[in-house]
Design a protein around this ligand. Sequence first.
Ligand SMILES: *Cc1c(COP(=O)(O)O)cnc(C)c1O
Length: 238
Amino acid sequence: MENIAKNLKNVLEKIEESKKFSSNAEGQVRLVAVSKLKSIEHIIAAYQVGQRHFGENYVQELEEKSQSEKLQNSCPEIKWHFIGHLQSNKAKKVICLPNIFVIETVDSVKLADILNNASKTSNKIMNIMIQINTSNEPQKSGIIPSELEQVYAHIKNSCKNLNILGLMTIGSYEQSTNVDDLNTDFKNLIECKNKLVEKFAINPNSIELSMGMSHDFDQAVKMGSTNVRVGSLIFGSR
Ligand SMILES: *Cc1c(COP(=O)(O)O)cnc(C)c1O
């Protein structure tokens, strides 16, 4: 196994360092350790050195891991982030998983309605993020930026069992390797947030930004990310 404790420490230190340059310098940045395709032992090793938030992409894998007795006994306070594409027919299942903290990938009004109904049935308020396809790539999920106001208003008005934590993007690989300039996908996400804040007169601190992965989380934090999703840098390549 990789030296998970050391890797985590390095990532956390880099986050703190980058945060100093950020508009969010006074705020918190949450590290989500992305454990997809990694074993329960990897997760437990990270949990034992203090990591609490973990991200998974596949419903079946999250189902198996979150329901594992061994994991539940070792990681009672784990907080799961679902960060993969969620098909409507699996939406109900995710709502009911133990210790599910947030679904970061809500990308349609239809999916929001299904999640809302499932949450209502389970007597829950579910945290969600709205995923935005900032790079406008056809193979990526997420709404396009111009749909955001309508989707946000729908969820606020009609999905009383959903709590919008913020906005999420993956961004294009090209932008993530762009070290000289600011990442335009991250800029787009920030712009989306600014528009929402203005249009709906909301407190800017109440809208999180989930952006940044292993190769670009430091730039994302400098630009104001509050939630970075880091996998391979912590657990090794997949
Ligand atoms: C896999 C994945 C990550 C983590 O990617 P790394 O490059 O391993 O850090 C983050 N976000 C999403 C949506 C992912 O699918």
